[in-house]
Design a protein around this ligand. Structure first.
Ligand code: AMP
Ligand code: ZN
Length: 138
């Protein structure tokens, strides 16, 4: 399947029996943001993903890039999700260009699972920029 936003294959992001949205968790804070039921400072949106400012920023720029489909963590990614997951990196690239982050650079983080510090179980990329970061991470 060729790349491109319009070509993304998302069979599970549709309305199921009884009008219930598949790929959506009504108790999930990020699903609520996507549904505009909880406010957030949105910096990007397309058919498949949103990006918004982290409520507790760890750097001058701290953006969360989130697929509209509710996927809990890396372990829950299905074969059909691979273009969607790749798409998140194109969103990061778009934001990096839009905000002029390419010279100084930025850090992308996925906290996967409790030991890694994951607190919201709807997969997301952290995009952090505007300061230097140390390595290894804490
Ligand atoms: P993680 O700990 O990797 O799961 O990241 C979850 C991130 O979501 C944290 O950095 C939180 O500060 C952020 N967060 C939680 N609730 C909200 C919210 N309502 N709006 C924006 N960011 C949020
Ligand atoms: Zn969710």
């Amino acid at each position: 399947m060729p790349h491109g936003r319009e070509e993304l294959f998302l069979p599970e992001l549709c309305t199921g029996i009884g009008g219930r949205k598949m790929g959506h968790d009504p108790n999930c804070i990020f699903c609520k943001i996507i549904e505009k039921k909880v406010p957030a400072k949105l910096v990007y949106e397309d058919e498949h993903a949103v990006a918004f400012e982290d409520i507790n920023p760890q750097a001058p720029i701290h953006i969360l890039i989130v697929p509209k489909k509710h996927i809990q963590d890396i372990h829950s990614i299905k074969h059909v999700d691979r273009e969607l997951i790749g798409h998140l990196f194109f969103v990061a690239q778009t934001l990096g260009e839009k905000r002029g982050l390419n010279n100084g650079g930025y850090r992308m983080v996925i906290n996967n699972g409790r030991n890694a510090g994951q607190t919201v179980f709807h997969i997301h990329l952290h995009l952090l920029s505007g300061r230097a970061f140390s390595w290894p991470p804490g």
